[in-house]
Design a protein around this ligand. Structure first.
Ligand SMILES: NS(=O)(=O)c1ccc(C(=O)N2CCN(Cc3ccccc3)C2)cc1
Ligand SMILES: [Zn+2]
Length: 263
């Protein structure tokens, strides 16, 4: 699908750090969410995530995370409501994680780090016809962030974990179908924070309405360990590097307000 494409790892920085500051970038992501400074907005609606599992197509290792990609040529898997005025199409989801359970998330809540963070990536199909167009526009993308914490095994995640050994190396792709991305959302989807930010990887475009769920999902220690068995490197490279710490550091808030859907 259009929403994912290979891009060259720059030698200066590992991919996920990207340039430390984007020239003129005053709405960069991720950020630290300071709970007591977030502003309750009663106008924020319920999130309506309507995902069709039959649009799930493949899972692949793109050299900085692993992506589960959806067919985004129709409005079959959509996100509406919440802070959004338009309808957004799910195109992919991926994760960021650490080498230990002590860190790994991109966003933090009052500086609290989580071992991993899920990103469900959507683009505005009311206004644009392709991900590539939307990714360059102010209101082009909506990304749901869900924190992962270590606890009981996540049965829905296991199907995905079982597919990872087949995509250990950068560039490997396997068919992955009938996966309901909705099973990765927390039970409570009413409580979230939202703010205007950017992609957390190059091109770091400031086109994202971020929706960060307050409730984390629980996954087991062993499930997270399988994430860390992935490799940044392709099968041909002589030195294999574990895919860990693929997160960007928190960026300055630059006067932005983080709104909350709950008081
Ligand atoms: N971590 S995050 O949620 O912020 C996130 C990161 C990457 C992507 C993503 O699919 N791409 C980033 C750009 N890339 C390549 C590209 C495509 C078109 C135009 C220009 C560049 C694809 C989406 C969300
Ligand atoms: Zn991400």
């Amino acid at each position: 699908t259009a929403c994912s494409s290979r891009y060259v790892l720059s030698q200066m920085h590992p991919m996920w750090q990207g340039p430390l500051a984007v020239p003129g970038g005053d709405r960069q992501s991720p950020i630290d969410i300071v709970v007591r400074k977030s502003v309750f907005d009663s106008q924020l609606k319920h999130l309506i995530a309507d995902y069709d599992p039959t649009t799930c197509q493949q899972i692949w290792n793109n050299g900085y995370s692993f992506l589960v990609e959806y067919d985004d040529t129709t409005d079959k898997s959509t996100l509406k409501g919440g802070p959004l005025q338009d309808k957004f199409r799910l195109c992919q989801f991926h994760f960021h994680w650490g080498e230990s359970n002590a860190w790994g998330s991109e966003h933090t809540v009052d500086r609290r780090l989580f071992p991993a963070e899920l990103h469900l990536v959507h683009w505005n199909s009311d206004k644009y016809s392709l991900f590539e167009e939307a990714v360059m526009e102010d209101n082009g993308l909506a990304v749901i962030g869900v924190f992962l914490k270590v606890g009981k095994r996540h049965d829905g995640l296991q199907k995905l974990v079982d597919a990872l050994p087949a995509i250990r190396h950068k560039g490997s792709v396997v068919e992955f179908t009938k996966f309901d991305a909705g099973c990765l959302l927390p039970n409570n989807t009413e409580d979230y924070w939202t703010y205007h930010g950017s992609l957390t990887t190059p091109p770091l475009t400031e086109s994202v309405t971020w929706i960060v769920m307050k409730q984390a999902i629980e996954v087991s220690h062993d499930q997270l360990a399988v994430f860390r068995s992935l490799l940044f490197t392709s099968a041909e490279e002589e030195v294999q590097k574990s895919m860990v710490n693929n997160f960007r550091v928190q960026q300055p808030l630059r006067g932005r307000t983080v709104r909350s859907s709950f008081s």
